[in-house]
Design a protein around this ligand. Structure first.
Ligand code: BJW
Ligand code: ZN
Length: 237
């Protein structure tokens, strides 16, 4: 089994989905315009401040019933590969292990110039009301600016992670696609790859639709649908 998740799985933890409107300082920006190397080159303090604000939101958030149901599911099936597009660590905090992060992590910055990771973890960001601009820290090796360890538009996905994810999609019997709009490639190929290889595909999303044979929709919030599915399939834990 493959579970493929997007921002919607963390929505009920209070993390805005990627295509929600932003608030505070950020309301003038659309998320896609901040998630590019060019945006960082143009205004590093704006982009770093936005990501630090998001990192703070994630540190304050807790895993929700959807994250916990996915972690529990791993104990009920012979093999489960969890592939996420999310840059938060809520799957791990819910107890999932070996999470494949296709779009990197908010918690692993590196140098924009030489790619070196900082020696010590970053300090916990403090609450700036609605976020603020913030100069990125400097790299100890080359003096370059630190950037968030996420995959921006136009950048390659970590090749090993993508290979493992695609191989799992092609091999699985069942793929659950949870809380993703399926708009961002190449990650968005996951459900299609599984379906083309003969797997059953289930979409869990308030907007879920099923258009083909072997495709099903659980239309509703993941935090309700996944625990209900788990209970139906395996009974109460
Ligand atoms: C709930 C819920 C609840 C709400 N329960 N559900 C044309 C064709 C193919 C590719 C391209 C193309 N044009 C351009 C490209 C390339 C581009 C791309 O795909 N663009 C598209 C927008 C068209 N891709 C790339 O650039 C990728 N790299 C690449 O292709 O390299 C090769 C290349 C290089 C140069 C040129 C061309 C190719 C890299 C993509 C990196 C994406 N990075 C981001 C930002 C990460 C850092 C950060 O977080 O800031 O990743 S973008 C953003 O979108 C983020 C997400 O992981 C990703 C996916 O979004 P997701 O998770 O689906 O969230 P939403 O908000 O879209 O959807 C939420 C869903 O949840 C909704 O459906 C809700 O209904 C639902 N929901 N509440 C369940 N309670
Ligand atoms: Zn450096």
């Amino acid at each position: 089994m493959v579970v493929f998740t997007g921002a919607g799985v963390s929505a009920e933890s209070g993390i805005p989905t990627f295509r929600d409107s932003l608030t505070g300082l950020w309301e003038r920006f659309d998320a896609a315009s901040l998630a590019t190397p060019d945006a960082f080159r143009l205004d590093p303090a704006l982009v770093w401040g936005w990501y630090e604000w998001r990192r703070m939101k994630v540190l304050q958030a807790l895993p929700n019933p959807a994250h916990r149901a996915i972690a529990a599911l791993a104990g009920h099936v012979p093999r489960l590969t969890l592939v996420t597009q999310n840059v938060d660590d809520l799957h791990e905090r819910a107890g999932s292990t070996e999470v494949i992060h296709l779009h990197g992590s908010l918690h692993q910055p590196r140098c924009f110039s030489c790619a070196r990771a900082p020696d010590a973890p970053l300090e916990t960001p403090v609450e700036p009301e609605g976020g603020r601009r913030l100069e990125p820290p400097r790299c100890v090796q080359c003096g370059g600016q630190l950037r968030p360890g996420v995959v921006w538009f136009g950048e390659s996905l970590p090749s090993n992670a993508l290979e493992v994810a695609f191989a799992a999609a092609k091999e699985c019997d069942l793929l659950l696609s949870v809380g993703t709009s399926g708009m961002v490639f190449p990650a968005a190929q996951m459900p299609g790859l599984a379906w083309e290889a003969g797997a059953v595909v289930v979409h869990v999303n308030p907007q879920a639709q099923a258009d083909r044979e072997r495709e099903y929709a659980l239309a509703g919030p993941a935090g309700e649908q996944l625990p209900a599915l788990l209970e139906l399939a395996f009974g109460r834990a």
